[in-house]
Design a protein around this ligand. Structure first.
Ligand code: SF4
Ligand code: SF4
Ligand code: F3S
Length: 355
């Protein structure tokens, strides 16, 4: 097999200017809170990298995660990421179907043994022998095991894949579990969100390509660059929170004045994601800016983690579900997950007291 070309060569051939390439690297490194000097190193690393083979598996999911990546309004970022990777298998985007599609997956695995990245969206149903979701005669569990066997790393995108998400919501009729529970001996990165921010997906893959190593992760295996701070930490309504100015209903005077949505059920204080700064739709807005509280879509326990409109202060009982759900799901960092969840609960009850 001929060695694939260097990314720098490929991009030059496609007319991507050095300036555009540097702008991409500098935008990515700033999103990831890397020092300014990292932009040049990132551009150099990317230019010397080879196109990365990516096999994308979709299990119990709604296609929202891949829609998030492809419907992004920042073509300069996300179009470029598709120049950097060779998406060798992806149900929603690939032209091949049936046996040809499965052949493409197995070819990519053979040709890139030990080097390809497996991206997964959706959880895996374990109930009743896995019959609730099958592809090409394989249960999701079988396909995952076969595909990750020779992978370099596994990236679980979306809350369904990272933590169980919506399919795992009580009563979890399919016995859904997150990807990490079924992967042993391979590095796993979780990029939660329902759906996840496209920049977090693109940024993580860019960093692996440019620097040849995984980004720094937190206890839940999320890249710190995108999940290191809570929505509340970066929220522009925080001054209203501090002054005790809370909207009491979605159409009252406080709501019209843009006051804090805490008492309308905002889960920003216990939700770690970068929506408040990265924002959605090409930087246009994010839920809180549109007048709706954060519903904690990127946290373990989403969807069971408390009512959408119930304030955290009154959610003590439902929020306690976070610990047993994460533990029951067997998130491989079990102890770390439970510890973090307990810390969050402690934080939530403090926030609940507004101290
Ligand atoms: Fe859909 Fe959300 Fe699950 Fe992604 S995380 S597959 S958007 S339900
Ligand atoms: Fe923003 Fe919600 Fe925190 Fe209020 S509670 S400051 S709306 S994140
Ligand atoms: Fe989800 Fe909250 Fe962001 S609901 S999209 S993590 S603001």
């Amino acid at each position: 097999m001929t060695e694939p070309k260097l990314l720098g060569e490929v991009l030059r051939e496609r007319g991507v200017s050095r300036r555009a390439f540097l702008m991409y690297a500098s935008c990515m490194s700033s999103l990831m809170a890397l020092p300014p000097s990292a932009a040049a190193a990132m551009a150099e690393g990317l230019a010397k990298a080879r196109r990365q083979s990516v096999i994308w598996l979709s299990f119990q999911e709604c296609t929202g995660c891949i829609e998030s990546l492809t419907r992004s309004f920042s073509p300069s970022l996300e179009d470029l990421i598709f120049d950097f990777i060779s998406l060798d298998y992806q149900h929603a985007l690939q032209a091949a179907s049936g046996e040809a599609a499965e052949d493409a997956r197995r070819h990519a695995m053979r040709d890139n043994k030990g080097k390809y990245i497996v991206v997964v969206d959706g959880s895996v149903p374990m109930g009743d022998g896995g019959v609730y979701s099958t592809i090409a005669g394989q249960t999701n569990q079988q396909m995952l095991a076969e595909t990750v066997a020779d992978a370099a790393a596994v990236v679980a995108v979306g809350t369904c894949a990272a933590f169980g998400g919506l399919p795992q919501a009580q009563p979890n009729p399919t016995g859904a579990v997150p990807i990490e529970q079924l992967v042993a001996g391979k590095p796993v990165i979780n990029i939660p969100g329902c759906p996840p921010l496209p920049q977090a997906m693109a940024g993580t893959i860019t960093q692996i390509l440019a620097f040849g190593k995984l980004p720094e992760l937190d206890a839940l295996k999320r890249p710190r660059a995108f999940f290191g701070e809570s929505i509340h930490d970066r929220c522009y309504r925080r001054p209203f929170y501090k002054r005790g100015q809370f909207a009491k209903s979605f159409d009252d005077e406080g709501a019209r004045k843009g006051w804090c949505l805490y008492e309308l059920g905002c889960k920003g204080p216990v939700t770690y994601n970068s929506c408040a700064t990265t924002k959605w739709n090409g930087g246009v807005s994010f839920p809180i800016q549109s007048g709706h509280g954060c519903i904690g879509c990127s946290e373990p326990g989403f969807w069971d983690m408390g009512g959408l409109y119930r304030p955290l202060a009154s959610s003590a009982r439902p929020l306690q579900r976070v610990v047993p759900i994460a533990a029951a799901a067997g998130v491989a960092v079990g102890a770390g997950t439970a510890l973090l969840a307990r810390k969050r609960l402690a934080g939530a009850s403090q926030q609940g007291d507004k101290t």
